[in-house]
Design a protein around this ligand. Structure first.
Ligand code: NAD
Length: 532
């Protein structure tokens, strides 16, 4: 039978997904797994869609040869095996399946929680060695204990429900979600400190972002209750492994169950030498059901996209024609960076995002730009699972209202995107424009007018405007080998005092200890490092 579209499945997909693809009469499917780059290059030109898991690497060279390609479907979340830029440039939609892993990962978290509480792996090894010293393995009940859930998204919520069924008291910390509709889950929302002080078990369900990297560090571990156990079924990199090792050695932490590691496989990781640590090789989503579920989702999504029924879970935004995309691209970058800057500078629980477009930019379709602002705002919080398609739903879920308006009149700038974000107790404004129709610039942060490049590593300093501040900052950065690439400054007088906002692009990131030194420098009120 003649088919309209050809789909290549280049990694094992599971029968559910495959049969959905094969049942669609307008689609012809080839399953060819384990191909190398040169073999793929030879055959890609025939296909309208490619379905991958994590093994196939779709490089720029392969994508450039794929002249008919419209869709790349990734069964799973991370898309680091796909050259997104090359795909976007060529108008290829890249989509992932962020939802299929939730139940499996929450069940794995529960397995680890129980295994930790009752020393199951250690006891199992003991019996296999022919021993029977039962008193060595006295465990602890979960009933009546406090579980601290850090990150209350898809998986955190499922874990909380299961822990409730075990009679645990569940405390949750997630500053970025609207709590109102979640109270019925029987969870107490707290600040991080209260959670750490009360929890007998702490489980992590946040994405790995700049803000969450090493969030379980020496300082945080010290706040935790003595005898706490820690479960990480989210991402390696959330836990400072050396600090955890020391905390277990000292007896402050009773034990840890780790499904993920900073480096995977972890090799000779010191944590694995400790009896109190149990480990699994990133098995959170490794169930038949989850594998089936992501396979089914990706198959349905690819069919819907090819047959133009709609696009779900796109991680890029190429559904504009090439010329529009070329003109819109710098504005999309600017919009996303303004959103990201809001999240990184001001954080917190966002309530309302008001986006105003002014001047020339209003001649474009503004919907993708609004999406880009929201995506930028949520990505530092939610990580890689945010995409252009789910950004509005994620915003709604968090109780964030987004509104958009436009003016054709020029204001302070002839053309601009202005984003005001309202939080519980404050409002912040960032305005950006393009220089030479190409280069994103941030030209206003709250009352400060400046000319900052939102690119690479950026240090943002709020200070009292006094002689010597710039020199002092330069000296601290210089002696710590952080090179200044660009600098801009805006000033405002309030009463008898003048304040400044200084934005510095640096060639390297500013390490935490240097940031601390800067914050201790008297005229500085606050300093933050952000990254684009
Ligand atoms: P999600 O996006 O639904 O939820 C993450 C939650 O973390 C969000 O509600 C967000 O508001 C919150 N958050 C972000 N930064 C925070 C911070 N600093 N403090 C507190 N909360 C914060 O994601 P999910 O699907 O529930 O996945 C959670 C984690 O599990 C991710 O890291 C994901 O990569 C990982 N994961 C692991 C496996 C595995 O095989 N082990 C499988 C699937 C997912």
């Amino acid at each position: 039978m003649k088919t309209n579209y050809k789909v290549l499945v280049s990694d094992p997909l599971g029968n559910g997904g495959l049969s959905i693809l094969k049942k669609e009469p307008r689609i012809g499917v080839d399953v060819k797994t384990g191909l190398g780059e040169s073999e793929l290059k030879e055959i890609v030109a025939k296909y309208d869609a490619i379905v991958v898991r994590s093994s196939t690497h779709l490089t720029k060279e392969i994508i450039q040869k794929a002249k008919r390609l419209k869709v790349i479907g990734r069964a799973g979340v991370g898309v680091d095996n796909v050259d997104l830029e090359a795909a976007t440039k060529q108008g290829v939609i890249v989509m992932n399946t962020p939802e299929g892993n939730t139940i499996s990962t929450s069940e794995h978290t529960m397995s680890l929680l129980l295994a930790l509480a009752r020393n199951i792996p250690q006891a199992h090894a003991h019996v296999r060695e022919g021993e029977w010293k039962r008193s060595k393995f006295i465990g602890t009940e979960l009933h009546g204990k406090v579980l601290g859930v850090i990150g209350f998204g898809r998986i955190g919520r499922e874990v909380a429900m299961r822990a409730n069924a075990f009679g645990m008291r569940v405390l949750a910390y997630d500053p970025f979600i609207a709590k109102e509709n979640l109270r019925q889950l029987g969870v107490e929302f707290t600040d991080l400190d209260s959670l750490l002080k009360a929890a007998d078990f702490v489980t992590l369900h946040v994405p790995l972002t700049d803000a969450t990297q090493n969030m379980i560090n020496e300082k945080i571990l010290r706040i935790m209750k003595r005898g706490v156990s820690i479960i990480n079924c989210a991402r390696g990199g959330l836990v400072d492994e050396e600090a955890l090792y020391q905390a277990i050695k000292s007896g402050h932490v009773r034990g840890a169950a780790l499904d993920v590691f900073e480096k995977e496989p972890p090799g000779k990781n010191a944590l694995l030498q400790l009896d109190q640590v149990i480990a699994t090789p990133h098995l959170g989503a490794a169930t038949q059901e989850a594998q089936e579920s992501v396979g089914i989702s990706v198959a349905q999504q690819v069919i819907d996209a090819l047959l133009e029924r709609g696009i779900r879970n796109a991680v890029n935004l190429p559904s504009l024609d090439f010329e529009t995309m070329r003109l819109l691209k710098p504005w999309l970058t600017l919009a996303e960076r303004i959103g990201s800057m809001h999240a990184q500078l001001f954080g917190g629980s966002f309530r309302k995002v008001s986006i105003r477009y002014g001047g020339e930019v209003t001649s474009f379709n503004l919907a993708p730009l609004t999406l880009a602002v929201v995506k930028g705002l949520l990505t530092p919080i939610c990580g890689e699972t945010v995409n252009y398609v789910n950004a509005p739903a994620l915003a709604r879920e968090r109780g964030i209202v987004v509104n958009e308006s436009k003016t054709t009149q020029a204001e302070e700038f002839t053309t601009f995107i202005s984003v005001q974000v309202t939080m519980d107790h404050q409002k912040n404004l960032i305005v950006g424009t393009l220089f030479g129709n190409q280069d994103p610039r941030v030209v206003r942060i709250n009352e400060f007018f400046l000319d900052a490049t939102p690119k690479g590593f950026v240090l943002v300093i709020h200070n009292e405007d006094k002689p010597g501040v710039v020199g002092g900052v330069g000296t601290i950065l210089g002696k710590n080998k952080v090179n200044i690439a660009e600098m801009t400054l805006g000033r405002v007088t309030k009463g008898k005092k003048t304040f400044a906002m200084t934005v510095i692009n640096t060639d390297q990131t500013v390490p935490a200890k240097v940031l601390k030194e800067l914050k201790a420098f008297r005229p500085i009120i606050d300093a933050k490092v952000i990254k684009f």
